[in-house]
Ligand binder design. Structure first.
Ligand SMILES: O=P(O)(O)OC[C@H]1O[C@@H](O)[C@H](O)[C@@H](O)[C@@H]1O
Length: 188
């Protein structure tokens, strides 16, 4: 039995590996066969499979896996701007930045027994363009429950040294897999 992830979780629940173009990827697995894949590029979930191995998310066959290009498909995170609602590039910069593994996340108010999860963090780097002049810590926990449910919990902290507030818009820009576009008419 091998242990890899923080907190002594077994490799079978959380596996760190390389994905397309050698990019860092994390695979979450649950005992009944559910799985999810997360790229550090964008902190983005790119795959979510049920216990039969069927894919639940859409990932474009033309998706580009080369930062700072955002990956088309899965669950891109729009932050600190949704769409064109502001002066930044469409959907902000979180989706085209490489996130880091958050080894020591602050505790959550509720205790969870999930074993298949990963904590990621996005912080502005020193050489960031000054187009969004705020300091922040964006933490996300991506968890796969024993029943295959996928849970994304985002926590955003203002770390501006002068205590200045900021506003932002945010979204999980989900791409769900559809077998037939005609089934989507109720969703559009
Ligand atoms: O094409 P982008 O920048 O990845 O944006 C993804 C989608 O974002 C949605 O918010 C827009 O409504 C779509 O029109 C757009 O295609």
């Amino acid at each position: 039995m091998s242990f890899e992830a923080g907190g002594g979780r077994e490799k079978k629940f959380v596996e760190f590996c390389k994905g397309v173009n050698g990019l860092d990827k994390v695979i979450l697995r649950e005992v009944r066969g559910h799985s999810a894949e997360v790229y550090l590029n964008g902190g983005q979930v790119t795959s979510w499979k049920n216990e039969y191995g069927e894919e639940l998310l859409f990932l474009s066959s033309k998706a580009v896996f080369k930062p700072p290009t955002a990956i088309r498909g899965g669950i891109p995170i729009s932050f600190p701007q949704f769409g064109m609602h502001g002066s930044l590039e469409q959907h902000g910069f979180a989706r085209n930045t490489v996130w880091t593994i958050d080894k020591d996340p602050p505790p959550f108010p509720t205790v969870s027994s999930n074993k298949a999860f990963i904590d990621l963090m996005l912080k502005p780097s020193e050489d960031d363009p000054k187009s969004w002049p705020h300091r922040f810590e964006f933490r996300i926990r991506i968890a796969l429950g024993p029943g295959g449910d996928l849970m994304l919990t985002s926590r955003i902290r203002n770390t501006n040294t002068d205590g200045k507030p900021f506003t932002f818009t945010f979204a999980y820009n989900n791409y769900f897999y559809l077998t037939d576009i005609r089934f989507s008419h109720d969703l559009l």
